[in-house]
Design a binder for this molecule. Sequence first.
Ligand code: C5P
Length: 398
Amino acid sequence: MRLAGRRILLIISGGIAAYKALELIRAIRAEGGAVTPVLTRAAQQFITPLSAAALAESRALVDLFDLTDEAEMGHIRLSRASDLLLVCPASADILARMAAGLADDLATTLLLATDKPVMVAPAMNVRMWDHPATRANVATLKARGVHVIEPATGPMACGEHGPGRLPDVPLLVEALVAHFGAKTGPLAGRHAIVTAGPTHEPIDPVRYIANRSSGKQGFAMAAALAALGARVTLVAGPVALATPPGVVRHDVTTAQEMAAAVEAALPADLAVMVAAVADWRVERAPAKIKKGPGGPPELKLVENPDILAQVAAPGARRPRLVVGFAAETEEVVAHAVAKLGRKGCDLVVANDVSGDVMGGDRNLVHLVSVDGVETFPEGTKEEVAARLARRFAEWLHG
Ligand code: C5P
């Protein structure tokens, strides 16, 4: 019941994702939160006030004159009687009206009149999301302190593919939980360090060696640990991902910088090393290497620090639980078992990256410990992260 006692004014705007708002109402209620639904006119083309009201067990409001006590400034009271205003899904249209400060219906009037935090979960066609007008509106809203839940990437109802999808309902709930800083849960009071993403190893001032890691699994891991109440330090290589709510992020570029940032973040109760750290760096040339008659240059590779092995080494500052990830293309489990011993960590999450896992949205993992191997059902990276986070919490309590 991580949202117990929280009152959420849920503004549902028009869009195919509006049906997910119904699921969201149910999920917020399951966490103990109260929901007052407000539907825009466009939203009512997709779902009905009656279904929203039934799930919320609260009247659903659709226009200003629903507030019978409007003479007593009901819209102002309503917008301030909640702990949070959540616009979900937020269409391009309502984002534009919010940015412009319009108050031409109940939803926008409430948004303009409130003194409470506002969160938006945009969902729209990828071109609408990428349009400079929407980009500018989102930037304006962010600058005003509106919390934007970044849309997910994937296939859309319109048949196109890209960012613009409403994140899955469990993720929306985690964003709410993180917003309220619910430092309750099985990892409350624990500090977790998570590494994520690739590293870039410079060859010279303009070139570098990299890998295809997107950082998605590591970011999902950080979000899932925070949702269980942990204080999370996320050390991220170069990726274009939004920081999960409630997570403290340190951006780094190279493996050496990542090692230093992890060291600086210690002590911790658990360390989850998801990053695809480059095994080697290049002896960096001080100036841009030129083509010349001598043929291609020879790059001298130097071994990078093994961050996981360093963190897992015995010592007073070793976290109680150290977890490594193993991306393998063959003999996935066998290699993971070997890695347990070699790196000195407690658990290894083995994932098969022979398919399109790297950069993709789904993952299939095996959790390997000295006690055996547990294979998780295939799922989104968020689902996998949530399941792993629960296991880590059990491990720490065990
Ligand atoms: O040895 P391998 O690269 O397969 O090990 C993968 C695991 O070790 C991952 O958890 C990764 O984050 C970690 N690692 C590290 N520092 C390195 C190389 C790998 O922390 N230099």
